[in-house]
Design a protein around this ligand. Structure first.
Ligand SMILES: O=C(CO)[C@@H](O)[C@H](O)COP(=O)(O)O
Length: 228
């Protein structure tokens, strides 16, 4: 399915050396990353605990890069003000925990100068995000999880591509992000389905030549845009 939207390659900083986050971020930008993907986990929505606003704030002092924050937290509303102040660029919350307050969330995220996105877990039907893409204040990106959220280094779930295809057919200009198990062996399937924002952790950080992997991911998205 051809996409009309630009590729955005976003190394997942979860796979970086957290003790050297600023230089890891610079390294990725120099290797050609468009965005830096920041996994914020609360140890409750997912069984892992990572970083929060203080780390985003520290990193922001060292980089101008787009910080694509994925909130794997039970109460995303609690994080909006602090992440806005910290300098986050994108704020992607999970639909599973936002059915009752997503309109308020989206408004708040935008008012803090961030770009709103919605994520869905593998077990969540794609239809769940449709309301968030309609009306006055839609989200601007959908993140289709291709692994169970919580940890890097898991196996890509090809079954999730039906969701990507369905979204791409319905929303030709939407940013559609995929996250989990993406790398040289899985990118073509995701790009062909219509994903344009590609999160990749272990395949980039574990590569001998991360720049080559980033460029290969971009080339695959671009190829799908041309060939449809
Ligand atoms: O959100 C997550 C995991 O919950 C991801 O961003 C992972 O960090 C991706 O890592 P790889 O699967 O690419 O190693």
């Amino acid at each position: 399915m051809a996409t009309q939207v630009e590729p955005k390659i976003a190394p997942s900083m979860l796979s970086s050396d957290f003790a050297n986050l600023a230089s890891e971020a610079d390294r990725m930008v120099n290797f050609g990353a468009d965005w830096l993907h920041m996994d914020i986990m609360d140890g409750h929505f997912v069984p892992n605990l990572t970083i929060g606003a203080p780390v985003i704030e520290s990193l922001r002092k060292h980089t101008k890069a787009y910080l694509d924050c994925h909130l794997m937290v039970t109460n995303p509303l609690d994080y909006v003000d602090q992440l806005g102040k910290a300098g986050a660029s994108g704020f992607t919350f999970h639909v599973e925990v936002s059915k009752d307050n997503w309109q308020e969330l989206v408004k708040r995220i935008k008012s803090k100068g961030m770009r709103p996105g919605v994520a869905l877990k593998p077990g969540t039907a794609v239809e769940e995000v449709y309301p968030l893409l309609e009306g006055e204040n839609p989200v601007e990106m959908v993140l289709v999880m291709t692994v169970e959220p919580g940890f890097g280094g898991q196996k890509f779930m090809p079954d999730m591509m039906d969701k990507v295809r369905t979204l791409r057919e319905k929303y030709p200009t939407l940013d559609i992000e995929v996250d989990g198990g993406l790398g040289p062996s899985t990118i073509d399937v995701a790009a062909a389905a219509g994903a344009n924002c590609i999160v990749a952790g272990s395949s980039v950080f574990g590569a001998q030549e991360p720049a080559q992997v980033i460029s290969l991911l971009r080339a695959s998205v671009n190829m799908a845009r041309i060939t449809g």
